[in-house]
Ligand binder design. Structure first.
Ligand SMILES: [Zn+2]
Length: 590
């Protein structure tokens, strides 16, 4: 393994779009218009008897339109991310957005025709669809729960000023909340985002004060917010259970994630059984902080942190080495991001904050943006985003419609890359303080992503039932406290204001049952990592194959082929065993 020198640079977008004006750019627009016009011209030929050759021609046009649209759409987003105040980039994005929306409306008829087609005709055409089968099947997944056209129209029409309006009001109302708290002898008026930064403050009294203020404000409006939730849940039930005949409220989400109900039930049950694991960690954290018992306020309290920093070149080599030790192919893919100038790692004024990876097209090296500042966290972020890029490159044999992995699988390569880095860092690190910091950060992340999110969904399941039975908002709050008591056991002291936490979680309003996708993704990777630890080399080709599927099959099918049963408790338990090992090591460092 060679050690290369890497510098923090800006990226180049030339591979995505050679120019923003002039003949090459005009040609792209002309090609796009021509493909859309050809698709439109074929509209009259659409019928259940459509020949497979004709269908393939339609799909080729659909792919061409998606490819050219992605070039323009991704370019405008990435250009603006470089400098969020750039007036030219803003104007370009506005123009592209308008153009792409118009084109999308012109081609919408094709998707609608496909969704509406009878099953026999669809099966005949699917058999000739090659790599696009899963994409096409996904469009039809909701067909058994689709109502007649006039009924669907009425639902859409009434939703705009019904449940969608209610959600709008919830957001407008809660986004306007201001929180007053005294910090450093000064009374500050803060937004929720500004307030919750202090959940990681080293001072215990500040952490307590911000949580008390947060839920004081939500409790004041608790009846109104709780009533909004009741309406949202009743609307969910009357539409999805009564009219669309889903088996249960959560089945709606499971179908859109394409994960079997049984697998989600097992996942949530295994999370529940592992609550004592994190309780053990919270006890340990209380010891480190010199407390008898951790308060709920202290969950994210910082440990005395080491001030170790990593120069960018060292970080890049660490990430590449950790990937390369696992699979040289993965490291080679990650190197492509550096070599192609597709990594924007500099810190610049007006550059977008945070980090992301944009896999624009199959076969094009993805673009990665990070704001690298040299902390251990930044190295993990670099590994995470390069993991996404590697995933995109591994799936480059698929079409533009199938190479993006579906939501539950989207973090498979990114979190796995973080795990590989974690092992690498620990192998090289003998300072107990640094080891503790690295491991504790991973366990903190696992708590927030796996356990907390699973308990949100466990609450939602109960809440939908209670509301169906006609229970009050107070009954929901009491049930929420019971949910927290189960999650934290004797390890964490809960104060009463947390009974209002549920009315402050936008996800359970906006996208019911969404949160388990976080638990699924993170635990999946930990469970895979467990298999790697147990099997060594023989695991690697199976893992690479999972990545190479991209989004061309359902999560259950992809994992089934890798010998993984997502409805098996033992598989999910494997993920918790990795966390248990980390906690065991932390106990020896205490
Ligand atoms: Zn990610």
């Amino acid at each position: 393994m060679t050690t290369d020198s890497f510098e923090q640079t800006r990226w180049t977008l030339r591979d995505l779009l050679p120019a923003r004006q002039g003949p090459e750019f005009d040609q792209i627009l002309a090609d796009l218009e021509s493909a859309v016009a050809q698709l439109e011209a074929g509209r009259e030929r659409l019928s259940p008897d459509l020949s497979t050759d004709d269908f393939r021609r339609f799909m080729a046009l659909a792919e061409q339109i998606a490819t050219l649209s992605n070039r323009l759409g991704y370019y405008s987003g990435l250009w603006l991310a470089e400098d969020t105040q750039n007036q030219d980039a803003l104007a370009f994005q506005g123009r592209m957005h308008k153009l792409l929306t118009e084109l999308e409306n012109r081609t919408l008829f094709f998707d609608l025709w496909w969704k509406d087609l009878d099953d026999d005709a669809a099966a005949r055409l699917l058999a000739a669809s090659g790599d696009n089968v899963y994409y096409l099947e996904s469009l039809r997944r909701f067909k058994p729960h689709t109502l007649s056209e006039p009924e669907e129209k009425i639902i859409n029409l009434k939703d705009v000023n019904g449940v969608a309006a209610l959600l709008n009001v919830y957001e407008m109302f809660t986004n306007a909340f201001l929180f007053k708290v005294e910090i450093d002898g000064e009374v500050k008026e803060l937004t929720r985002d500004e307030l919750t930064v202090y959940a990681r403050d080293p001072r215990p009294e500040v952490r307590a004060a911000i949580y008390q203020e947060l839920y004081r404000v939500y409790a004041e409006q608790g009846t109104v917010l709780g009533q909004i939730y009741q309406h949202v849940v009743r609307d969910w039930a009357s539409e999805n259970l009564t009219l669309r005949h889903f088996d249960s409220p959560i089945s709606v989400r499971n179908l859109s994630n394409d994960i079997p109900d049984a697998a989600v039930d097992v996942l949530l049950q295994v999370c529940r059984e592992n609550a004592p694991l994190f309780q053990r960690y919270f006890q340990l954290k209380a010891d480190w902080l010199g407390l008898d018992k951790l308060r709920r306020y202290d969950i994210y309290a910082p440990l005395s942190t080491s001030d170790k920093t990593y120069p960018f070149g060292e970080a890049a080599n660490l990430v590449l080495k950790s990937l390369g030790d696992f699979s040289p192919q993965l490291a080679a893919h990650a190197r492509q991001v550096f070599a192609g100038g597709h990594l924007d790692s500099e810190i610049r004024p007006r550059k977008t904050s945070g980090a992301f990876c944009a896999s624009a097209l199959p076969g094009l090296t993805p673009w990665v943006l990070v704001n690298y500042a040299g902390r251990a966290n930044d190295v993990a972020t670099l590994a995470h985003e390069l993991g996404h890029a590697v995933h995109g490159l591994m799936a480059s044999d698929h079409t533009v419609l199938t190479f993006h992995s579906s939501l539950p699988m989207a973090e498979t390569a990114s979190v796995f890359a973080e795990m590989l880095l974690l092992d690498r860092l620990l192998a090289d690190e003998s300072d107990p303080a640094v080891r503790r910091e690295i491991l504790a950060r991973s366990v903190d992340d696992a708590y927030a992503t796996v356990m907390r999110q699973a308990y949100f969904v466990l609450f939602e399941r109960e809440a939908h039932d209670l509301i169906e039975q006609g229970q009050t908002i107070d009954a929901l709050s009491s049930r929420y406290m019971a949910n927290l008591e189960e999650q934290f056991g004797q390890a964490v002291e809960l104060s009463d204001e947390f009974r209002w936490e549920w009315v402050s979680i936008p996800h359970i309003y906006r996208t019911p049952f969404y949160c388990y996708a976080y638990s699924f993704g993170q635990l999946l990777v930990l469970a895979l990592y467990r298999q790697y630890q147990a099997e060594g080399e023989s695991f690697i080709p199976r893992y690479l194959k999972i990545l190479a599927y991209g989004g061309s099959k359902s999560p259950a099918e992809i994992l089934d082929e890798a010998g993984i049963d997502v409805a098996s408790a033992a598989f999910w338990q494997g993920g918790f065993d990795v966390i248990a090992d980390m906690i065991a090591e932390l106990e020896t460092l205490a």
